[in-house]
Ligand binder design. Sequence first.
Ligand code: ADP
Length: 468
Amino acid sequence: MRSVVRRGLVAPSIVAALTLVTLVVAGSAVALGVLAIGAAAIVAYHLWNLDQVTQWAGAALDAPVPHGRGAWVETFAALHRRARSRAAQERDLRQVIDRFQQVAAALPDGVVALDASNRIDWANPRAQAQLGLDLAHDRGQPIVNLVRQPEFLRYLEAGDYATAIVVGSSRDAGRMLALQLVPFAVEQKLLMSRDVTELEAVARMRRDFIANVSHELKTPLTVISGFIETLQDLELDQDQRTRFLQLMQEQARNMQRLVADLLTLSALESEHNPLAEERFAIAPLLLELSADAKALSRGQHQIALDIGEAATVQGSRDELASAFGNLVSNAIRYTPPGGTIVLAWRVDADGSGVFAVRDTGIGIAPEYLPRLTERFYRVDRSRSRATGGTGLGLAIVKHVVLRHQAQLEIDSERGKGSSFAIRLPARRIESAPDTGARIAGPGAGESAGQAPGELAPTSTEAQPGTAP
Ligand code: ADP
């Protein structure tokens, strides 16, 4: 027999036994009284317990289960077990929710849950930051009240959520967000937001770069093909032919320079091109640069070389030669004839080695300085082109500087001249104090092949070069 029934029969059995005994001992009237009192007590006991259960069922979910006696012990114990297991389930559920919220908070992307009427149900902290939501106030608000970009409204209405859209952030001008709706359950949606500012900038740079390269190649190609047509169609005298061929050659050289600079840039940017960590004496490199400068200037400028302190440098000789050479070539190209250009090397007190090129050329207004190292950025496009510039020289310099953990220091005044310096960190420099020398232009005993120790020290003033 089940224990509830067994326990439940104890009290009626006692009452029945008492009634029988009373019937024998005291007669039927008393026995009837005992039976009535016993039955009333049993009914009252059950009603009281029923009331306890009813009150507990109507109380808060975590209200303790009352203790029962007799027939009700089992019932209350079963309710107690059920309440305990519900509390355990609730704890587990809360842990799952906590975990979900931790995961949602750690997501690099924003997530907003929208109900069937596109009202905000929930959002992770990233979405709240990116979209400017405050869940405490905005829960239940239509998403279109808070994400108001017209592109988003069109996207939401169109109902085609296969791809994301990119919109400008309304909170943070200049930042770009990719927004994508992901339907789930019945008519509910997740709105995913991702900050794509950097990706967009790279994509834009790539587009601009391709457009620039195409444009830079198109110009000389148009000129060359025009001359070819002229040479084919017209009877030209020898002088004209020679002149046209010279102009074609000039354009071909421009293209060659551009392609060479592009290859240099791509090699510098390549991940598979580690820096060659050579050790080389700086003085012979400076002498080569000075000789190249004079060849480029063709005697139109006064060129001086000032080696404050000879040193051994650690790094890629080719790359540094290319960067230094670009600065020298710029100084010559942007300095009108008669100007002065000084190539200088020194080792500073902190041990860093500085190669500087100073010119008395056209200079650069301060507003252009921050963009000079961008690819194809030129202050004066026609002057750059006319002097054979590719617009990539300082971009190459920037990469070489970065690869050597160096710094590019630019100081310029419009109409007065410029100074471009590359500061190599102390750990790349080993100075050789005794070999310092100061060399002036032609006539001061300088030659490209001389070793630093052979340089004749000259006056501290840079001497003007003698134009041939
Ligand atoms: P470019 O081939 O046009 O010279 P660069 O990248 O070497 O390209 O230089 C970018 C721009 O910086 C040049 O177009 C020029 O306007 C400016 N610039 C660079 N060096 C000098 C300088 N020494 N004096 C004046 N302007 C300079």
